[in-house]
Design a protein around this ligand. Structure first.
Ligand SMILES: O=P(O)(O)OC[C@H]1O[C@H](OP(=O)(O)OP(=O)(O)O)[C@H](O)[C@@H]1O
Ligand SMILES: Nc1ncnc2[nH]cnc12
Length: 184
């Protein structure tokens, strides 16, 4: 019997991510990952699946995007044998930063990384929970590249295809976008 592990994991994610209508504003269906995080088995499988996309040792740093990208990105970095770099919302990092601004499904924001977070040529995997319009991930790619490092990919738990984030990342060129589950 053939077991489709990707389909199994997709079904598990679909079962553990809760839709919250009209949050944080009317018309938005918010994808709440907290039930998945609270399930030890599901959380572990998700982290393992992202690590397996590239294999341990294939990336030097994992860049996790505040806030939910921290929750996934830090254990991915640990299991992949990589360092972790926090990509933070503006004004939170203490030392010299580089910044990028962007729009997302429900507003606009600025993210920052420390200017010395990456060594030129380092292989960086960007991790977040949701890819929606792609504004956040695109800004993160821009920051990593401006810091002189190489983006090997963007990995997310959940892609909202109807918001076309993947196309925005594809337009940058050289970015491999992977989602454990794509909806819409
Ligand atoms: O593809 P986009 O349209 O850019 O949207 C995706 C981003 O939106 C959410 O973050 P949010 O800014 O809500 O921050 P949070 O993780 O702190 O809740 C999510 O965690 C992604 O980072
Ligand atoms: N609908 C959504 N749910 C969760 N996070 C998001 N980020 C952008 N859009 C989102």
């Amino acid at each position: 019997m053939t077991v489709d592990r990707a389909a199994d994991l997709g079904a598990l994610i679909a079962a553990r991510v809760r839709d919250v209508p009209d949050y944080p504003q009317p018309g938005v269906v918010f994808k709440d990952i907290t039930p998945l995080l609270a399930d030890a088995g599901a959380f572990g499988q998700v982290v393992g699946a992202v690590v397996a996309q590239y294999g341990a040792g294939a990336v030097d740093k994992v860049a996790g995007i505040e806030a939910r990208g921290f929750i996934l990105g830090a254990p991915v970095a640990d299991r992949a044998g990589a360092g972790f770099v926090p990509v933070r919302k503006a004004g939170k990092l203490p030392s010299q930063v580089i910044a990028a601004s962007y729009d997302l499904e429900y507003g606009s924001a600025t993210i920052e990384v420390h200017a010395d977070a990456f060594t030129p040529g380092e292989r960086v995997l960007i991790v977040d929970d949701v890819l929606a319009t792609g504004g956040t991930a695109r800004a993160a790619v821009e920051l990593v590249r401006r810091a002189g490092a190489t983006v090997v990919g963007v990995s997310v738990l959940l892609e909202l295809a109807f918001l076309h984030g993947r196309e925005r990342l594809d337009a940058l060129g050289g970015v491999e976008t992977r989602a454990l589950l794509t909806v819409g």
